[in-house]
Design a protein around this ligand. Structure first.
Ligand code: SAH
Ligand code: SF4
Ligand code: F3S
Length: 461
C-alpha cells in the first residue's frame, strides 16, 4: 500500500451524497476544549455522511482519534491505544482507523511509521477534510494529509455541521492558533499562527445556536485578548471587549464564558465588558503558570507576579463575586526551591477558586526542552504534591464560602453517580448537585447547603 500526501485538494463542502449510511464510528478525543470542539465538527461531518456513533470501538467500522500533544504522557497514551486497535483490526480488516489533531500535526509521517495499520492521518488544519480523506483511503489506501496552516478560517467553523455534546451549551471558536512564544508550549507549532474569525461570522454562529436552543456559549481562543488584531474593520480593530458585549446581547444567550485570556494582554476594557454585560459570567480563567519572576521571564510570559496580582485585583474589584481559575506548571527548567516557594506564595495570595496543575513536560521543538537545569522528576513530584495540597485546601475554603448563598444554576443532566440528583453549574462555573429530576437546560435558583472539596450541594428555592 502506498502513502500519499495530498496538498490543496478541493473539499466537497455542500451537496455531498452520504456514502456511509448506517456505518458506525467511534471517536475519542484527547486534549483541550479546542480539540473537543474540533471533535464535534468531525462527528458532524461523519454523521452528514450517514454514519452513526458507536459506544464500543470493537464494533465500530471507523475509529477516529483526535489527539493532543501538550505533555508527553498524551503521546504515550495514544501509542498505547493504537496498539490495542491493531488487534481489533487483525480480526476485522475492513475497519478504518484515522488519527488527527495536534499530535498528528507534530509527528507527521512518524505515526504511520510507528503504526502502519492507521489508514488516515490528518493535521489540525485538515479537520474539515476527514470524510474526503476516508474516501481516499477506501479507494487508494492509507493517506497522510497535514497542511502547514489553515487555508480558510471558515473551514474551522460555521458552515461545517457539528454534533454538539450538549443541547444547551456550545463552544464557539473566535481565534485559531497562537502568536505567543511561551517557551514550554507546543501549541504555536501544532496550531499555527493566530487567525481571528470575523465578528459577523461569530455573531451569526451564536445567533444560529441561540435559535437552536443554546443558552450558554464559551468563546474559544488560545489568547482571546489578542482577538481581532489581524482584522481591520474600516480603520478600527474588532477588539475582544466589543465582541464580548455583542455576543452578550444576542437574544436567548443567557451565559457567556471565554477561555483563555492572557494575563499580559487582559485590560480594563475586557473587565468593564464583563461587568456591564449581564450575560457574561463572573468567571475568569487566568493562567499564572509560575510565581517567580525569573521563571516567568524564562517562560516568555510577559508579566511579573506583581503585575498578575494587580490585574487579578482589578478584575475582582470590577466584577463582583468573580470566580477565578488558573493553570500552573511545576518544575520548569531552572526552577529552584526559592522560585517554587514564590509560586506557593502567589497561589496563597491569589486564592484561586480552582487550578489545573501540571508537572513540566519537555516538548521537543520548544526552547525550554533544551534549556539547562531540567529539574529531577522526584523534586518535581514533591513540589507538585505540596502545591496540590495547598490549592485543594483553598478550593475547599472557597467552596465553603458559598454555603448559605443563593445562586443561579443551569441544569446539565442527571448526576452520573446518583440518579436522584442533577448536576448543575453556577455562573462562576462551580458544580452543584441538586435533588430532583430537573430537565437539562433548566435555570433555577438554589441555596447552597453544603460544600464538598470539589463541588457544592444545593436545595431549590
Ligand atoms: N493558551 C492557553 C494554554 C493552553 S495549554 C494559555 O496560554 O493560557 C494549557 C495549559 O497546559 C497551559 O496553560 C500550561 O499550564 C500547560 N502546559 C502547556 N505546555 C506544557 C508543558 N510543556 N508541560 C506542562 N504543562 C504544560
Ligand atoms: Fe501556549 Fe503561550 Fe500560546 Fe497559551 S499563550 S497556547 S501557553 S504559547
Ligand atoms: Fe489543545 Fe492539546 Fe492541541 S491542549 S491545542 S489539543 S496540543
Amino acid at each position: 500500500m502506498s502513502e500519499t500526501t495530498l496538498l490543496g485538494m478541493p473539499t466537497v463542502k455542500e451537496g455531498r451524497v452520504p456514502t456511509r449510511t448506517g456505518r458506525t464510528y467511534y471517536l475519542r478525543t484527547y486534549g483541550c476544549q479546542m480539540n473537543d470542539h474540533d471533535s464535534e465538527r468531525i462527528a458532524g461531518l461523519l454523521e452528514a455522511d450517514g454514519m452513526v456513533p458507536a459506544d464500543d470501538p470493537a464494533e465500530a467500522d471507523l475509529v477516529v482519534l483526535n489527539t493532543c500533544t501538550i505533555r508527553e504522557n498524551a503521546d504515550r497514551k495514544l501509542y498505547g491505544y493504537l496498539g490495542s486497535l491493531r488487534r481489533l483490526k487483525r480480526d476485522r480488516p475492513d475497519m478504518r482507523i484515522a488519527v488527527g489533531g495536534c499530535m498528528a500535526q507534530k509527528d507527521r509521517g512518524t505515526i504511520r511509521e510507528r503504526a502502519d495499520w492507521v489508514d488516515v492521518v490528518f493535521g489540525t488544519h485538515n479537520t474539515h477534510r476527514v470524510v474526503d480523506l476516508l474516501d481516499h483511503a477506501d479507494e487508494w489506501g492509507p493517506v497522510t494529509e497535514i497542511w502547514e496552516q489553515t487555508v480558510d478560517p471558515a473551514d474551522m467553523a460555521s458552515h461545517l455541521p457539528a454534533h454538539r455534546e450538549s443541547e444547551h451549551t456550545a463552544w464557539v471558536t473566535i481565534t485559531i492558533g497562537c502568536n505567543n512564544s511561551c517557551t514550554f508550549c507546543i501549541v504555536p507549532i501544532v496550531r499555527g499562527p493566530e487567525i481571528s474569525r470575523r465578528p459577523g461570522d461569530i455573531l451569526r454562529e451564536v445567533e444560529t445556536l441561540a435559535a437552536e436552543g443554546v443558552v450558554e456559549v464559551t468563546l474559544l481562543g488560545q489568547n482571546v485578548n489578542s482577538y481581532g488584531r489581524d482584522l481591520e474593520q474600516g480603520g478600527h480593530k474588532a477588539l475582544f471587549a466589543d465582541l464580548l458585549r455583542r455576543v452578550g446581547e444576542v437574544d436567548g444567550i443567557r451565559r457567556v464564558r471565554f477561555t483563555s485570556p492572557h494575563p499580559k494582554d487582559i485590560k480594563e476594557d475586557v473587565m468593564a465588558a464583563m461587568a456591564e454585560t449581564d450575560a457574561v459570567c463572573e468567571q475568569l480563567h487566568l493562567p499564572l503558570q509560575a510565581g517567580s519572576d525569573r521563571i516567568l521571564a524564562a517562560m516568555h510570559r510577559g508579566y511579573t507576579a506583581e503585575r498578575f496580582l494587580r490585574k487579578l485585583e482589578m478584575a475582582r474589584s470590577m466584577v463582583p463575586d468573580l470566580s477565578v481559575s488558573t493553570d500552573i506548571i511545576v518544575g520548569f527548567p531552572g526552577e529552584g526551591d526559592d522560585d517554587f516557594e514564590r509560586t506557593l506564595e502567589v497561589v496563597a495570595e491569589a486564592r484561586f477558586d480552582s487550578a489545573f496543575m501540571f508537572q513540566y513536560s519537555p516538548r521537543p521543538g520548544t526552547p525550554a526542552a533544551t534549556m539547562d537545569a531540567q529539574v529531577p522528576a522526584e523534586v518535581v513530584q514533591e513540589r507538585f504534591d505540596r502545591l496540590v495540597r495547598l490549592q485543594n485546601a483553598i478550593t475547599f475554603e472557597r467552596n465553603q464560602e458559598r454555603v448559605g448563598r443563593r445562586l443561579e444554576v443551569l441544569v446539565e443532566g442527571p448526576s452520573r453517580r446518583d440518579p436522584s440528583v442533577v448536576t448543575a453549574r453556577t455562573r462562576g462555573n462551580r458544580i452543584v448537585h441538586v435533588p430532583g429530576g430537573w430537565p437539562a437546560g433548566t435555570f433555577m435558583d438554589v441555596t447552597v447547603t453544603r460544600a464538598a472539596p470539589h463541588y457544592l450541594e444545593g436545595a431549590p428555592n
